[in-house]
Design a protein around this ligand. Structure first.
Ligand code: SF4
Length: 492
């Protein structure tokens, strides 16, 4: 799984449904407009903003160029500081690690810090299958979870909900998940926040295992970093005995000094703040302070595939600020659900195909077209990801993946694929090959200089080939035929 909502239609049809929802469009226009204005104000305060963007892009590019080395350094420093490092090729492996840690400690619930990586791998669903409840503690994630909804924004997953809708969700669903909302709850933001705080506090105090992601992972020190606004992350990262952090391999930065750049870029681009209210850092295990057992799951899940894409690899610079969503005219009108993924908006339109590959499913293939190519996303991106160029390149890849090639190699490969994908077809081909070998032998056999039996001369158009080359003679009996006849050599 790569964070795709199962059963979602391709973007055009999902977008049509979203566009018909006037309440959704009003909620989105209000929310994205507010965040855009806040971002513009705080970015405008920084004289050297463009230099910061260039520095952020350069640090990420240099890191990605030597990603293997930085990851090994990170593993070594984490291990030296008492953390256990796990490597996960895909979502299933990453989820299995988290479930195994929870089971080892005999718990049936974990508390979670908001994390795109865990949403991408479908961790909550995987843990539920193992009988383990994963409680979201970020306010917006809590709203989505209680409403049995899907996230529609990277930073504000419940951006499509207004205050009245949230009040109703709390009243209807909080009781089933723990402490109920007060019966006289109003849609006043302070009352809603208080209801969430009281509901979550008993979960923080009870939980023995927490799960987080990480915004950054510093290779030289083995330090993980989470930035957040509510303090729920700090509670998860400090109170439970055990902490499991699921980290995409592109989150690594080489040195502590590199954080300086990103901790200026990220809050201004995401929440429109000069700095994050909470920036938590932790380095392995500190005796007597915080979780005494720390696991770090380093997840690939398509990232090495994206890294191999010359144009698309810049998407791995992404620091998940969501600025590109807030300025996108398409996202503002459709919202995030239409993208069918935990990664919506412009970054989702490139990241999903890069992680999953094109030509795999119609929904993913539709995403590079979910853009007007206006370029607003590039202007807003703090690490200068040229999203429009990647979109155009991915569109070409999508077209190529569906184009039937007539080149002889492509035709031969398609024929081989058709033949080798069926046992009966392969068997028939082997029998035909034996017959052909016997028939062609009538036109002469010889032993080639390499000692192999070869057909010396083929009739008709084949003669031009065998005039100057050896054509190995097909064996009279195929290996599979011999195996079946002699029971693998035992009856010989
Ligand atoms: S692509 Fe750029 S603007 Fe969009 S979420 Fe990533 S870092 Fe932010």
């Amino acid at each position: 799984m790569t964070g795709t909502f199962v059963g979602m239609p391709a973007f055009p049809s999902a977008a049509r449904t979203a566009l018909a929802d006037t309440q959704l469009r009003a909620n989105l226009a209000h929310a994205t407009g507010t965040i855009r204005a806040k971002r513009a104000a705080v970015v405008g305060e920084v004289d050297h903003w463009e230099e910061l963007r260039l520095a952020g892009a350069a640090i990420k590019d240099n890191t990605l160029r030597h990603l293997d080395e930085h990851l090994l350094t990170l593993e070594a420093t984490l291990t030296a500081r008492g953390a256990t490092v796990h490597w996960a090729r895909d979502a299933a492996e990453a989820c299995a690690v988290v479930a195994a840690v929870a089971k080892d400690h005999g718990v049936d619930e974990v508390v979670k810090v908001k994390s795109m990586a865990t949403a991408e791998i479908g961790l909550n669903e995987a843990l539920a299958d193992e009988g383990i409840a994963a409680w979201e503690t970020d306010l917006a994630e809590l709203i989505v979870q209680l409403g049995d909804d899907l996230p529609s924004h990277i930073l504000v997953p419940a951006i499509h909900r207004n205050r009245e809708e949230i009040r109703q969700i709390f009243l209807d669903h909080m009781a089933a998940a723990g402490r109920p909302a007060p019966a006289d709850l109003t849609s006043d933001p302070a009352r809603l926040a208080e209801a969430a705080r009281l509901h979550l506090r008993e979960k923080f105090l009870r939980a023995r295992v927490a799960v987080s992601g990480a915004n950054f992972a510093v290779a030289e020190t083995g330090t993980l970093v989470v930035v957040e606004s509510e303090g729920n992350g700090r509670m998860c990262l400090t109170l439970p005995e055990v902490l499991v952090s699921v980290v995409g391999i592109e989150k690594v930065v080489p040195t502590y000094a590199d954080l300086d750049v990103f901790l200026q870029l990220l809050p201004r681009s995401s929440t429109g703040e000069r700095m994050n209210p909470y920036t938590s850092t932790w380095t392995g295990v500190t005796p007597g302070d915080g979780p005494q057992e720390v696991h770090v799951v380093l997840v690939d899940n398509g990232r090495t595939r994206a890294l191999a894409d010359e144009t698309g690899r810049q998407a791995l610079r992404c620091i998940r600020c969501s600025a590109c969503l807030n300025v996108c005219p398409v996202y503002e009108r459709t919202g995030g659900h239409a993208y069918g993924s935990v990664y919506p908006g412009p970054i989702g339109a490139i990241l999903n195909p890069l992680l999953k590959g094109v030509g795999v499913d119609a929904q993913t293939d539709s995403l590079p077209y979910a853009s007007t190519l206006c370029g607003a996303c590039f202007e807003a991106c703090p690490v200068r990801i040229d999203i429009p160029s990647v979109l155009v390149d991915l569109r070409a890849q999508v077209v190529d993946s569906h184009r039937p090639s007539r080149k002889p190699e492509a035709v031969a490969m398609r024929a081989a694929s058709w033949l080798l994908s069926s046992e009966s077809r392969l068997g028939a081909a082997e029998r035909a090959s034996g017959l052909f070998g016997r028939a062609a032998g009538r036109f002469g056999r010889r032993t080639s200089p390499g000692g192999r039996r070869a057909l010396s001369r083929l009739p008709g158009p084949g003669a031009a080939w065998t005039d100057a080359r050896d054509l190995p003679a097909p064996p009279a009996e195929s290996f599979r035929g011999w195996w079946a006849r002699t029971s693998g050599g035992r009856d010989e």
